[in-house]
Design a protein around this ligand. Sequence first.
Ligand SMILES: [Zn+2]
Length: 219
Amino acid sequence: MHIKRSISVRNHSYQVEVPDACPICHRHSEIQVVGADVIDDGKAVQAIFRCAYTGCRQHFFCYYGPITSGVLVSVRPVKPVLSAFPAAVSTISPTFLSVFAEAEEAAQLGLNQIAGPGYRKAFEYLIKDYAKSISPERASEIEAKFAGAVVNDFVADPRIQAVAKRSLWLGNDETHYLRKWSDHDVSDLVTLIKLAANWIEIDHLSKSYVESMPEPKGA
Ligand SMILES: [Zn+2]
């Protein structure tokens, strides 16, 4: 989300877009204008802002196109906001968490062509590591198979299977030249991966309680 702020460039005042929260501490604090000028032979504008929150006070740069547009092109630096996942997911697949975090960072830096395949790769780790947690004796077979075959052959829970298949459909769209699912995008892929992770946690926790608390004999 953006708000409008007024910057002064060579004694003229212009309205430009500014993030409505600090890109580093993410608080909705006051954004102070430090300075601005044209760059790149007048083709673009660079402005420096500062977060007014006393616990942050960090400076950041906003880049704009030609001065009259005021449209925000990019912000640097950005500290990414990373999603939290259930503890069971970090036990099953620590690699999923690290690859997903890289994809999220890419997305928040505006690197959308990189973020999509990153989410797809993260999901492959999640589904294969989950399958290995169910069938550890078949680990090398799971590692060698395509992710779609792993979902079909090793994921019995229909709720996980339903969201996992759709995650792969959208994930494959992110890595291919042509999209099949033009009404869905990366944000749908992220939602499906989070759903799959939550179902995996429910399945994992439920099984661990059934194992540690077997039905009493004669009950
Ligand atoms: Zn801040």
